[in-house]
Design a protein around this ligand. Structure first.
Ligand code: SF4
Length: 187
């Protein structure tokens, strides 16, 4: 068992059962292993409507290369994505569609709000623009900026990775999480 894995995952070593020892064996918790797998295989659903979406394209391209984080596989089907990335101005008319996309994603799912418009309406304090997507769906991480640079988007993804890695199996069944969804009228 290499020290490298221990360092990277902060796993604690346990004493091997008798007869099962030597290189290639280690003991850990299932929750930690699932967290490690989830963290490094987040599948984004890019919900991009305007300029911030262009920054996302740069984030995916070779220079910044989101694939380094295991997230190169974009999904345009909510059923095969677990990280909703909302980028750009969201008109109120688009709100129900965004919410439907969120509702169609399976648990566990995480939401990254990229840029001022998605997070707060940005400079568009007008009758037609949603003043932040957290008016209609829960958000896990906000990325500030107009537009945020690709480095900031990467940092937002890394924050989601931290949440995914540490999330307990029970969180999605917890009364707190159900209460959060209920506050948005989501069953
Ligand atoms: S935050 Fe700025 S760059 Fe991003 S969509 Fe809004 S206006 Fe465009």
């Amino acid at each position: 068992m290499s020290n490298e894995i221990t360092k990277r995952t902060k796993l604690e070593m346990a004493k091997s059962p008798e007869g099962i020892e030597g290189p290639g064996f280690f003991a850990t918790k299932l929750e930690d292993v699932i967290g490690l797998a989830r963290k490094n295989s987040l599948w984004p659903l890019p919900f991009a409507t305007s300029c911030c979406g262009i920054e996302f394209m740069a984030t995916m391209a070779s220079h910044y290369d989101l694939g380094r984080f295991g997230s190169e596989r974009l999904s345009f089907s909510p059923r095969q994505a677990d990280m909703l990335m909302v980028m750009g101005t969201i008109a109120k008319k688009m709100g129900p569609t965004l919410r439907q996309v969120y509702e169609q994603m399976a648990e566990p799912r995480w939401v990254l709000s990229v840029g001022a418009c998605a997070s707060s309406g940005g400079i568009f304090d007008t009758y037609s623009v949603l003043q932040g997507i957290d008016k209609i769906i829960p958000v896990d991480v906000y990325v500030p900026g107009c537009p945020p640079r690709p480095e900031q988007i990467l940092e937002g993804v890394m924050k989601i990775q931290q949440l995914a890695e540490k999330e307990s199996f029970r969180r999605r069944e917890s009364p707190e999480y159900k209460k959060l969804l209920n506050s948005y009228g989501i069953e």
